[in-house]
Design a protein around this ligand. Structure first.
Ligand code: LLP
Length: 423
């Protein structure tokens, strides 16, 4: 459920008309709904409440939307943070998320990033190799700290999602094979500065089938038993993220958080430890839209080209993953047509929709790319020297710019002319 709806012929986010934001801030602009963020956080927390020992940790995957105002909203709604870089540690802390609610994932943590996590005092490092464990041990000893660690297990299951966002197969770079896990834990337990505390798994994103997750959790459960038999204290099982969201209303919906919670309850029965989760897309996906304007409409061979002022640099998901985003007129007239929707970037891949049945729009009209709260603004670039898109957060009838539009001056400020070009 989200809080974007057409009232009196115009699309509103909660109680703010998208036209009001576009008039004041210009387009393209990302717009997020506080009520939707809060609702998703509450629904997920409710779905996993009471599972495992103690209070489950729901750690929002910051990579999905690292905007500070979004993080602060989610932190106040009771979520922790799953981070994958020193930058995300800093953002989570700046947003007021307590260090003991932060999990540090990622296959390529550097020594500097490990120090960032240790100095912040995060809850657990999720390690992806024995090599990483050795480096973390050195860094922790040098810093005079102890790092609580889990290994990410690669359960070798096919999550049934797009190849670029599948992470749990043996041929993916992520985690360690289950068969190597006991040796890895033995190594970690013998290293100074490390304390073995958990296990973790994450098999992919935009999942529509709970069966691969259940299979992965089943393998994790077996491993927990073996690790305990080996003498390790496994206190936290971090089950990752991955639950899909409905981008295309015409497709069957994904499993609900309640379905997911019921599956987790069954899969983890008897584990007797605390559970953690790392949802990203589920929390923020439907809480945001990318608001754009139609620059012009030009005839096409079969269908008209609707050229908008947002490009693949602003929203790369369709180019990168063939992702489908619903595109709606901010002032729908009821007229529909078939059109191609493209951006201004000089690449044929800068295409949002091909032969799409959609609201008929013309030059100057505004459109909303729906379900653009996750992996959207954060994956933007300045390709074609297009400044980064601003972000707006709505709460009831209030709204605020939570990231300014990048100026041209800022965009080029870090560049330098070497002396042989200035002489
Ligand atoms: N935990 C780990 C270790 C992850 O790698 C990810 C996502 C998550 C949690 C959160 O997964 P979620 O609940 O959001 O599915 N840019 C792609 C998605 C990349 C996901 C990367 N990892 C997209 O736009 O579809």
């Amino acid at each position: 459920m989200d809080h974007f709806e057409v009232r009196d012929g115009r699309m509103f986010v909660e109680d703010v008309c998208l036209d009001e934001i576009a008039d004041a801030v210009g387009t393209p602009v990302y717009v997020y709904s506080t009520a939707t963020l809060e609702r998703h956080a509450a629904v997920f927390r409710q779905a996993v409440a009471g599972l495992g020992r103690g209070d489950p940790l729901v750690a929002f995957a910051v990579k999905a939307n690292p905007n500070g105002a979004v993080l602060a909203t989610l932190g106040r709604a009771g979520l922790g943070a799953d981070v994958v870089s020193g930058g995300e540690v800093a953002r989570a802390r700046a947003a007021g998320i307590a260090a003991d609610r932060i999990l540090f994932s990622g296959v390529g943590k550097t020594a500097a990033e490990m120090r960032d996590g240790l100095e912040a005092g995060i809850l657990q490092f999720n390690l992806e190799s024995q090599e990483e464990a050795r480096l973390l041990s050195e860094v922790a000893v040098a810093a005079g700290r102890t790092a609580d660690i889990a290994f990410r297990i690669n359960p070798d299951v096919d999550a049934g999602t797009h190849a670029k966002i599948s992470t749990g197969r043996a041929d993916n770079k992520f985690g360690i094979p289950a068969a190597d896990a006991r040796a890895a834990y033995a190594t970690a337990a013998s290293l100074p500065g490390l304390r073995v505390t958990g296990v973790t798994v994450h098999i992919g994103s935009q999942l529509f089938d709970l069966a691969p997750l259940a299979a992965a959790f089943g393998r994790l459960g077996t491993l927990i038993g073996q690790l305990r038999a080996d003498g390790h204290h496994i206190e936290l099982a971090d089950l990752g993220g991955g639950l899909g969201v409905p981008y295309d209303p015409a497709l069957p919906p994904p499993p609900t958080p309640a379905d997911y919670g019921a599956m987790v309850a069954q899969a983890t029965a008897g584990w007797d430890l605390r559970l953690a989760f790392e949802p990203g897309r589920l929390i923020v996906g439907n809480a945001g839209v990318l608001l754009a304007s139609v620059v012009r409409v030009k005839p096409g061979a079969e269908h008209p080209w609707v050229i908008v002022d947002a490009g693949m640099n602003d929203l790369i998901r369709p180019s990168l993953y063939d992702a489908w985003h619903d595109i709606r007129a901010v002032r729908p007239t009821g007229a529909r047509w078939m059109a191609n929707v493209v951006g201004p970037v000089c690449e044929s891949g800068d295409t949002f929709a091909t032969a799409r049945e959609m609201d008929q729009v013309g030059e100057g009209d505004r459109v909303a790319f729906m379900t653009a709260g996750a992996y959207a603004a954060t994956m933007a670039s300045t390709y074609n020297s297009r400044p980064l898109t601003p972000e707006v957060l709505v709460s009831g009838s209030r709204w605020a710019v939570v990231r300014e539009r990048q100026s041209l001056r800022e965009m080029i400020a870090a560049e330098r002319r070497p002396d042989w070009l200035t002489a």
